[in-house]
Design a protein around this ligand. Structure first.
Ligand code: ZN
Ligand code: ZN
Length: 199
């Protein structure tokens, strides 16, 4: 996934629109990201470029981040000092806004081929149902069992305390009571632990 350097929410769409060179085009602004050498190759398809220099003229540090290698791109003239574009000096990638390919071609006197590329946003891929997280299921089961055990412990304690039968001890066992309460609250806490994480 390559993000558009101009539209933060758009991902570039690879399109074979221009001959056999797959181009990364933004569906939002129709800007094109050319990998190193792609622009030259593309223009060579449409015309004779024996001696064209594609190095930037008067390159200055730009503000845009190269979507390919994440380094800062430079801004400078392409073919003509007045046509200022973004080029990455690290990976050689060139970003052209939607109208800039046409301008480059005009400057080079190329009339063939197309000057603008439009792509459609890809259909959002169907959301895959989350596969069962085995760990989460185990945690839930253990937590549920602990909560139930705690509840049973508390009930048993109550039974001991309130039982009318003389044979049972009416003194509640502090250890059992504490364990039960801890088990119950711990279990409930653990059950709620994964909430918000989609469990
Ligand atoms: Zn864009
Ligand atoms: Zn780069």
């Amino acid at each position: 996934m390559i993000n558009c350097p101009k539209c933060p929410s758009e991902s570039l769409v690879e399109t074979p629109a221009l001959g056999n060179i797959p181009l990364d085009v933004c569906p939002g602004c129709s800007g094109i990201m050319f990998d190193n050498g792609e622009l030259e190759a593309l223009l060579k398809q449409s015309g004779d470029l024996a001696s064209t220099d594609f190095n930037l003229i008067n390159p200055k540090p730009g503000g845009q981040v190269c979507p390919l290698c994440k380094n800062k791109m430079s801004r400078g003239g392409l073919v003509n000092p007045l046509l200022v574009v973004d080029k990455c000096q690290s990976c050689g990638g060139v970003w052209l806004d939607s109208n800039e390919l046409g301008l480059v071609k005009k400057l080079l006197g190329i009339t063939g081929g197309c000057s603008e590329v439009k792509v459609a946003r890809p259909a959002p891929s169907a959301v895959m149902p989350q596969p069962w997280d085995f760990k989460a299921v185990v945690v839930k089961c253990v937590a549920g069992a602990a909560a139930i055990l705690g509840l049973i412990g508390v009930s048993f304690e109550m039974y001991l305390y309130f039982s009318p039968a003389a044979s049972v001890s009416h003194t509640p066992s502090a250890a059992l009571a504490i364990t039960s309460v801890l088990l119950f609250s711990g279990g409930i806490l653990a059950l709620n632990w994964g909430k918000g994480k989609g469990w």
